[in-house]
Design a binder for this molecule. Structure first.
Ligand code: F6P
Length: 326
């Protein structure tokens, strides 16, 4: 096994709170093992363009509490081509980078996998996405902060919903995954939720809300996952208003607020643990895999499984959200 003298680290895809904490852990754990670190800027875009600089433990000081990513991030179309990946690999070779730590989500890992398969460079991934859709980790870095942000927003909307007797549809992020919606629904005490992981139709939702009206609920909060099966939240609001007259229906899309802000304690600790383990995994000969935490135990999951299998919410939690929304 080739000794690793220098690793490259990058963030890619959507930013997530805790990416900086992960970067800090990677750089400092590498230093602890006398491995040099190069920071690659703007994800695969910067890799192709050679935007690469040395990173020392001091360069990652004062960032553990910051959202976003000091390495910047990008979604790269060029890296989707064989030629783009060859350019990227040539830049890594020119900078004497022996291995990579990729911080991001499924698109990041799909790219990392191709780089490994085509050019043999060892890559280990850290799950950095608010969506929590990666198989092989209970939580991804950024998820906890995102749900806390969403819950804070719903708490505020609750005041207005209560004051005006309104039904609010609150759209949260998650792409094709309903994790953010489910956890936000439970923690904010929502009346109902619409998520991709549970089959529902409009009639079911209306009869559920009608039941709430019959039980004298004076206002309603429905958490809608952006990837929900009933379509756009605006369209859904229009259809609900046509058939529900007891409430005025309003829409709030929380949007990118969920991606920003200072990471929660849970995200900082998760990022620090996983960042450290990424270095240990590379030293131990791991490659083509994601480092995650399952049942508080560090786990390595091959990239093809991390992105090929679906991380599904616990059905008991879906049931719980429904029961408590009564
Ligand atoms: O993957 C993170 C995420 O925030 C998703 O929840 C959302 O669908 C998407 O990224 C938004 O992407 P962009 O910031 O490119 O609009």
């Amino acid at each position: 096994m080739q000794e690793i003298k220098r690793i490259g680290v990058f963030t890619s895809g959507g930013d997530a709170p805790g990416m900086n904490a992960a970067l800090r852990a990677v750089v400092r754990s590498a230093c602890h093992r006398e491995i040099k670190v190069s920071g690659i800027y703007r994800g695969y875009e910067g890799m192709i363009d050679g935007e690469i600089n040395d990173l020392s433990p001091r360069d990652v000081g004062n960032i553990i509490h910051r959202g976003g990513t000091i390495l910047k991030t990008a979604r790269s179309a060029r890296f989707m081509t064989v030629e783009g990946r060859k350019c990227a690999f040539d830049q890594l070779a020119k900078n004497r980078i022996d291995a990579l730590v990729a911080i991001g989500g499924d698109g990041t890992f799909a790219g990392a996998r191709l780089l490994y398969l085509e050019h043999g460079i060892p890559v280990v991934g850290l799950p950095g996405t608010i969506d929590n859709d990666l198989f092989g980790t209970d939580n991804s870095i950024g998820f906890d902060t995102a749900i806390n942000t969403a819950i804070g927003a719903v708490d505020k909307i609750r005041d207005t919903a209560d004051a005006h007797n309104r039904l609010f549809l609150i759209e949260v992020m998650g792409r094709h995954s309903g994790f953010i919606a489910l956890y936000t629904a439970i923690a904010s005490g929502a009346s109902a939720m619409v998520i991709p992981e549970r089959e529902v139709d409009l009639d079911w939702l209306i009869s559920d809300l009608q039941g709430a009206i019959n039980r004298k609920k004076l206002f309603g909060l429905v958490i809608v996952a952006e990837g929900n099966p009933l379509g756009s939240v605006e369209e859904l609001a229009r259809k609900l208003q046509e058939r529900i007259h007891e409430y005025e229906v309003k829409v709030t899309v929380i949007g990118h607020i969920q991606r920003g802000g200072s990471p929660s304690a849970a995200d900082r600790i998760l990022a620090s643990r996983l960042g450290h383990e990424a270095i240990e995994a590379l030293r131990g000969g791991s490659r083509d895999c994601m480092v995650g935490l399952l049942n508080d135990t560090i786990t390595l999951t091959p990239f093809d499984q991390a992105i090929g299998k679906r991380n599904l919410p616990d059905p008991e939690l879906i049931e719980l959200a429904t029961i408590l929304g009564l």
